[in-house]
Design a protein around this ligand. Structure first.
Ligand code: RB5
Length: 145
């Protein structure tokens, strides 16, 4: 399974940790940047990462900025992207089970590396439940137009 990962400068360090972690777990990771701590604009990174998911090249993605807020807002502007800003394992599990989120956003200045790895594990281990949750996702799609 291919996974896309991206961050701005505020999320760079955590992005590197999570990229290595996903690779250790056997995922093929596409890194859309940034590649150092020089300042970049998180909407540019969000857009690049979302393209990889929408095209089908990657099954899902991870986005990191300082708080996770800006990059998740940007990703959620892209039709077809359901990006969940998560800071705990329970939310990560539930967003897969109920929202079938195709992007996770984390805050590199908020969430430590070990917790972030546990968050990814909770998301990876969970399964979308479908049923009434699919109907609700269909309603989200209807709002997107
Ligand atoms: C960059 O300084 C910071 O604003 C960004 O990483 C993010 O936290 C925005 O939501």
């Amino acid at each position: 399974m291919k996974v896309v990962i991206g961050s701005d400068h505020g999320g760079f360090e955590l992005k590197e940790v999570l990229k290595n972690y996903l690779e250790e777990k056997g995922f093929c990771v596409t890194d859309v940047g940034c590649y150092d701590t020089a300042s970049v604009d998180y909407p540019d990174i969000a857009e690049k990462a979302c393209e990889k998911v929408l095209s089908g090249e990657c099954g899902w993605g991870v986005l990191v900025c300082g708080t996770g807020i800006g990059i998740s807002i940007a990703a959620n502007k892209v039709r077809g992207i359901r990006c969940a800003l998560v800071s705990n394992e329970y939310s990560a599990e539930m967003t897969k089970r109920h929202n079938n989120s195709n992007m996770l956003a984390l805050g590199g200045r908020v969430t430590g590396p070990d917790l972030a790895k546990n968050i990814l594990n909770a998301y990876i281990s969970a399964e979308f439940e479908g049923g009434r949750h699919q109907s609700r996702i269909d309603k989200i799609k209807a709002i997107e137009g």
